[in-house]
Ligand binder design. Structure first.
Ligand code: NAD
Ligand code: WQD
Length: 333
């Protein structure tokens, strides 16, 4: 199929592009590069040996969306484009709703006018809020506590209304847990601007000496070692989940929500130890106060993806840490 990846130059989009091309799909990227570099596309071409047409543009420009859908005879869209920083969303809610919600509506208008009605949406486990139970299945109540999470939930609800209004739409919202890791080549990976907010890139920068020490945000949570537990999933497993989702939509209409997680929880200190083992480096850390808004535990019930997508995460914590380390070393060279 010809697949348009909005935000395809970003962390998850670029890895998904490789997974799709390895499955024989043709991939086109539209990206405004507000949080990525254009040279990522050159690296995708170097890794895959295939050309990746790139449209520099904003999904909020519906005319550009329409022209791209028509020019490349797009069969399906994977919608990665959006802003994703929880803390930033609290400070800049208008930017988050304009980019994430308005951007999605513009994309939908373009798709509808061009008759392209197959969509995979990048949702987030953030829509579950503070879990009432773990592992979290797709029937868990949704509850959002910040503009970023609210933008994701709003988009899911818009997509559900679109599917109810026109039975020809095929939509799956993939609720990602905590994507980490990098492609085995070490040529692409998570490339946050400035000081990383997320644990894994911060860990990697401490290990390589760019940052002095990891601050462990609290060790007084009701967890075995007191530190926060999350469901870390290798970004290549996540990428392959998107290919499985497109196959699922070939024979499924309507709106669907599916978790993409490993079903296993890992604590901060477990991740520190795994990263030290993978990198051979010591990771200095100190326990500090809890980060406001953090939850104790969050990990997926991954059965629905296994049953409906015939997909499950195959890579383990060591793979996640080793691939992150390879990428960190390469991006420093
Ligand atoms: P990213 O920032 O690396 O990639 C997003 C890409 O979209 C970037 O290349 C950016 O330039 C582009 N973009 C942003 N707004 C755009 C717009 N209006 N028009 C065109 N391009 C635009 O983020 P990521 O980690 O790859 O996440 C991709 C998607 O997955 C996001 O929607 C994010 O909310 C979601 N998600 C990410 C995580 C995570 O931890 N990384 C977890 C759950 C969900
Ligand atoms: C993981 C664990 C921290 C940094 C976020 C977004 C979520 C989604 C995924 C978009 C927690 C601890 C972290 C540090 C630490 N993104 N930590 N020191 O918060 O689970 O999820 O990314 O959809 O929306 O909220 O990920 O990597 O920030 O934190 O101790 O310097 O590591 O307390 O327990 P999080 P994270």
């Amino acid at each position: 199929m010809n697949i348009l990846l909005t935000g395809g130059a970003g962390y998850i989009g670029s890895h998904t592009a490789l997974a799709l091309m390895s499955e024989g799909h043709t991939v086109v990227v539209i990206d405004n590069f507000c949080n990525s570099q254009p040279d990522v596309i050159l690296r995708l071409q170097r890794i895959s040996g295939k050309s990746v047409p790139i449209v520099k543009g904003d999904v909020r420009d519906t005319d550009v969306v329409c022209r791209t859908l028509q020019q490349y005879s797009i069969d399906a869209v994977i919608h990665f484009a959006g802003l994703k920083a929880v803390g930033e969303s609290v400070v800049k809610p208008i930017d988050y709703y304009a980019n994430n919600v308005q951007g999605t509506i513009s994309l939908l208008q373009g798709m509808d006018s061009c008759g392209v009605k197959t969509l995979v949406f990048s949702s987030s486990a953030t829509v579950y809020g503070n879990p009432q139970y773990v592992p979290i299945d797709e029937n868990h109540p949704t509850s959002v506590t910040n503009p970023y999470g609210r933008s994701k939930l709003h988009i899911e609800e818009v997509l559900a209304d679109v599917a109810r209004s026109d039975s020809s739409w095929r939509i799956v919202c993939l609720r990602y847990f905590n994507p980490v890791g990098a492609h085995e080549s070490g040529l692409i990976g998570e490339d946050p601007c400035g000081i990383p907010n997320n644990l894994m890139p911060y860990l990697a920068q401490v290990a390589i000496g760019k940052l002095p020490c990891l601050h462990v945000f609290g060790n007084d949570y009701p967890t075995p070692d007191g530190t926060g537990i999350r469901d870390y999933i290798h970004v290549m497993d996540l990428a392959e989940g998107h290919s499985a989702a497109l196959d699922f939509l070939k024979h499924q209409k309507g709106w669907h929500a599916i978790n993409l997680g490993t079903g296993r929880g890992t604590s901060v200190l477990e991740m520190v130890r795994a990263f030290e083992a993978a990198s051979g480096k010591n990771v200095a850390y100190q326990i500090t106060q809890r980060r406001p808004g953090d939850i104790a535990m969050c990990f997926a019930m991954a059965d629905k993806a296994a049953e409906q997508l015939q997909w499950y995460a195959k890579r383990n914590l060591a793979d996640m840490c080793a691939s992150t380390w390879r990428w960190q070393i390469q991006s420093e060279s």
